[in-house]
Structures are given as structure tokens and as C-alpha cells.
Ligand binder design. Sequence first.
Ligand SMILES: *Cc1c(COP(=O)(O)O)cnc(C)c1O
Length: 361
Amino acid sequence: MRTLLLNPGPVSLSARVRRAMLGPDLCHREPEFAQLQAEIRRNLLGVYALDEVSWAAILLTGSGTAAVEAMLTSLVPSDGHVLVVENGVYGERMTKILQRYGIAHTRIEHSWLEALDRSAIEEQLANLPNISHVAVVHHETTSGRLNDLADLAALCGRYDAELLLDAVSSFGAEDIDFVELPIAACAATANKCLHGVPGTCFVIASRAALTGSRGSARSVYLDLHGYVEQQDRFGTPFTQSVQTFYALAEALDELNDEGGRRVRQQRYLDRMNRVRTHLIALGVKPLLPDGASSCVLHAFYLPTGLNYATLHDGLKARGFVIYAGQSNLAQQIFRISMMGDLVDADVARLCAAFNEVIAAA
Ligand SMILES: *Cc1c(COP(=O)(O)O)cnc(C)c1O
């Protein structure tokens, strides 16, 4: 029996994505690689129907955090100031990155269970007139919360700030309104909602934001300006992970063949709701109220009398890997994601596995 990964990345691979990695050896200075890279860049923009004049997809070798770090350290001009909105591990990580590089920032902390506090954010924007960017996590994987970007965008518009988005666990499934939202850039990865393998990550940046921040990269390796300059000329500044590029190219074709992002979003939503309804009927309580979570991942309180290890091991013995909570939530919750190569029958088997493990507790 195949073990299915229900953790928030890496995901269970389809056979075609796995097979794609066995493609021919490629030198990253040969035209075959240039073609592969150009195709991926085009298809990444295609996921949200973005035009190549206004936007650039920039490919990096690394996990999702590399894309977030590249975005934060390349796109904030030296006189910029970032307002970081934190309500989970990944928001806090953005602050850590800005701290480490000495980039001017102010943080707005929330508890991990809170929605964004509009009035607190507005107060900061009003008090700090030099805020150039608001950095926020779209889907805060810590709790499963989908942060409300439209609300934030309205504030950014009023105070002339642009969004730097960690969309690592939402890109490819959730709605991201690149037309209406003042997005300077978003960071994402191959191995979450796009169903590729870990090793390739990317930033989708507006061309205007790239132009406006030219020369402000603080890192040599994570310099988005260097990458985009070379990738626009079909090159690459450094060796890329060729096999994970193959996988991403195939995963993007697969997404198109399945009907695109909206179809994937609906599938996640249907399956997630099915699991949620089933668990609630078993007496398991969701961490967040109805409507607050992404379609990608939901968090639940551990059933009474069942610790995480017992639940995890019971489900793993039945072919499913779930995910623990982080830090102070580790003893309280578990998380389930619907990303990756799953079918409806897998969800039915998962529900049956929960019945057995909870009944045995
Ligand atoms: C997964 C994830 C990341 C990146 O994590 P990596 O381990 O570096 O891939 C960043 N932000 C969010 C919201 C995530 O879910």
C-alpha cells in the first residue's frame, strides 16, 4: 500500500511527475535547459493568467523559504520600510529574515489563532508614514487560516504601500487577485499546491517592483534582479536543480490537463469539507471557525484521550501521514492537507481510518 502524505508539502507525487524526473541529463548552459526554464516561467504566469509584460516568474533552487528570503531581501529599496503582519510561524519567519539582513521593519503581532486586526494595521500605517511594503502570509499554514487580502489591500491602497506575499502554501489553488491587489511580489514553491517536488521555488514579481528596487539585493545567491536579468535572456546565474525543473514542468502540464487552478481549488475544497464534516461527526473540534480556513489545510484539536503520536502512528499504519502542530500547539492540534495526488476514494479510506483509530483510543 502506498503511504499518502497529508502534511503541507512535500506532497504525494503522481506517476507522471515522478517519471518526468528521469528525463535526459541536461547542462544548464545548453538550449534544452533554456527551453525548459522558459516553459516553466510562462506556465507559472499562466496559472493566474498573468501577462509577461507586467509580471516575471523567477525560478530559484531551494525550498519555499529561499523564495521568501529572496523576495524580502531583493525588492525593498534601501529607504524602504516593511510592515510585517504576523499570525503564525511563517509571518514570524519573515520578521526573522528582515532582522537578520538589517532591513527596516515594524511587526504587528497577533496570536496564532487570530484573524488580522484591521484597525491595528491601519493604526501602524497611519503612524508610520514611510511604510513601503506590507509583508503577509496568504495561507498561514500554522493554523490553516486564509488571511483576508482584500481587506489589507484596501489599507495598502490608502497608505501607498505594496504587498509582499508569502503565498507558498496557497499559490496554485487559492484565489490571488493580481489585478486588484497591490502586489509587488509573491513567493511560492513547486512542492505544495502545484504538486511538484521540493527543490524548486519561485517568486512572481511585478516588473514595476523589480525596476523600482534595482540594486537593492542584500544577498548574492538570492538576488532576484540577477536571476531575472539572466532568465529573461534564457540563462541562469547559478546551476539549477534540473530534475526538479522537469518535475515542475510536468506538474504544471498536469494542472492544466486537470482543468486549471479553479478545478484544483474546488477539489481541495470538496475533499477538505468532507474530512471536516466527518471529523466533526466523530466529535473532533476544528481549530478555526467555519469559513476561516484555506481549502488547502485544516487544523483540528486532538480528540480527547488521544495524543498526537498515537493518532499519527495509527493513521500511518493505515497509509496516511498527518502533521503535528508547531510549538505550543504541538500538544493540542493536528493538521491535514488535501494537496498532492489524491483521489476521492483516498478521502473515504482516510475517514474510515479515523473511525478505527479514534474507536481504539
Ligand atoms: C511551507 C511554507 C513555507 C516554506 O517552507 P520550506 O520548508 O522552506 O519549504 C513558507 N511559508 C508557508 C506559509 C509555508 O506553508
